[in-house]
Design a protein around this ligand. Structure first.
Ligand code: PLP
Length: 458
């Protein structure tokens, strides 16, 4: 019955310390945001305590929010008819999940598609499981997927050899044009015609431009493929109408709810096709998962409500403006922006152009580590031209979190200046040069290496 502070003071303190880190640092990780208190209250609620394998009644998809929330009617129905769930005790869980699904359908209704035409599944535990559920629904082992080269900005659940998607399916990768560093749609089309994929995936982790949804759909239609739009990163901006929506173009849409959508950790799947919806529902449960995380679904319902507000729309618009301001200023300061810029919430700096006296390029890892020490949190990332994920020469930045803190273009200029000042102050050098420097300074090389090791663990 005690509070966390009473029962586990160490963990309580750890949480305080992490909260302090989040407050103190400038977080530019594009896949992160801070979930509002209301979302976290729902996450910590008693909906955490129950099992509800299955789905709410299908008919609730077409009910208004008010009808779903009409408890008397819902409870009468629940008592009179057998519930499609496996367990009893889910009368309120039914209302919760139906509400989350309806709010989501209303939030993403656009491009001439009404909420009643959108089938939403809010049960996927996260983005990668959501994508794998789509494959479970639509593919057999050995089938072909056409997806973005991971080194050019795709996600590991789009066919990486270390992910199940890459082990079970035949993955063909499209990439960016080496000159423009942007998607070459003619190449995508040629690959689709040659390999006849069953699924084409558009939507990325570090590629900073919004895909041309109509063009992707036209390519998918030419080869009879399903177009999967994975908008994990940009879901918030799409929901706000700030970026073009794949609704009405893609057959299936997946996204996480914890990135720019600023909700709990989790994911959703949307489709406008009733047959696909049945397959997708069965693929999530019982295909991939057992009981849904109802507390996360409660958090989603709150996040979807917040996402309909004017404040949220303005915030999402500012996220994109801030990213443009940050990107422009970084470029003005002489840093090379990979992919030629950005029209979303994220961008990538090419660290290779910052070279030491012996020509050794600055690695993305070193850049990210030193910026972290300077109070700016971002991550190393591969950019076009890199050969391996572990040898990334880029750093990826994004503006959701700093925009949530109320920052605007002026602050973005300041942040860009700090990044540029820090990066240009680093002098990368090779092992040989380091040995030479150590000898000249009469420092034992091993001591220097040891210091480096310790710096790494900072
Ligand atoms: N899809 C894309 C495009 C992503 O960027 C990510 C995560 O970064 C995911 C899917 C996977 O999400 P999760 O980490 O929640 O499994």
């Amino acid at each position: 019955r005690g509070s966390l502070a009473d029962i586990d003071p160490d963990l309580h303190e750890l949480i305080q310390i992490e909260a302090e880190r989040q407050y103190r640092k400038l977080i530019l990780i594009p896949s992160e945001s801070t979930a509002p208190l209301a979302v976290r209250e729902a996450l910590g609620s008693v909906f955490q305590n129950l099992y509800a394998e299955g789905y709410p009644d299908e008919e609730t998809r077409w009910m208004s929010e008010a009808e779903i929330l009409d408890y008397n009617a819902r409870l009468t129905y629940y008592r009179r008819y057998s519930d499609p769930r496996y367990y009893k005790g889910v009368e309120y869980a039914d209302i919760l999940e139906a509400l989350a699904r309806r709010r989501l359908a209303e939030l993403f209704a656009t491009n001439g598609i009404s909420p009643d035409q959108i089938y939403a599944n809010v049960q996927p535990l996260s983005g990668a499981p959501a994508n794998n559920a789509v494959y479970t629904a639509l593919l057999n082992p050995g089938d072909t997927i056409l997806a973005m080269n991971l080194l050019h900005g795709g996600h590991l659940s789009h066919g990486s050899p270390v992910n199940r998607s890459g082990k079970w399916f035949n993955v063909i990768a499209y990439g960016v044009n080496p000159q423009t560093e942007q998607i070459d749609y003619d190449e995508v089309e040629a690959l689709a015609l040659e390999h006849k994929p069953k699924i084409i995936i558009a939507g990325y982790s570090s590629y900073p431009w919004v895909p041309d949804w109509a063009r992707f759909r036209a390519i998918a239609d030419r080869v009879g493929a399903v177009l999967l739009a994975d908008i994990a990163h940009i879901a918030g901006m799409v929901a706000a109408g700030v970026l073009p929506s794949p609704v009405g173009h893609a057959h299936v849409i997946t996204f996480t709810t914890h990135k720019s959508l600023m909700g709990p950790r989790g994911a959703c799947i949307l489709t406008t096709d009733a047959n696909l919806a049945k397959k997708l529902d069965r693929a999530v449960f019982p295909g991939e998962q057992g009981g849904p995380h109802l507390h996360a679904i409660a958090g989603m319902a709150v996040a979807f409500k917040l996402a309909r507000t004017e404040t949220f729309k303005q915030l999402q618009a500012q996220i994109v403006k801030n990213c443009a301001a940050l990107t422009d200023r970084l470029a003005q300061r002489g840093l090379r922006i990979a992919y030629g810029g950005s029209n979303t919430h994220l961008g990538n700096v090419d660290c290779k152009t910052i070279a030491g006296p012996d020509g050794t390029p600055l690695s993305g890892d070193m850049a990210a580590r030193i910026l972290d020490i300077a109070g700016i949190v971002l991550n190393r990332n591969t950019i076009p031209g890199d050969k391996a994920a572990l040898n990334a020469s880029g750093i990826r930045y994004g503006t959701p979190w700093v925009t949530q803190r109320g920052m605007k273009e002026a602050e973005m200029h300041k942040i860009a200046d700090i990044i540029a000042d820090v990066l240009f102050a680093i002098t990368p050098y090779s092992v040989e040069t380091r040995k030479g420097l150590a000898q000249r300074a009469k420092v034992n090389f091993e001591v220097l290496e040891d210091a480096k090791l310790r710096a790494r663990t900072l």
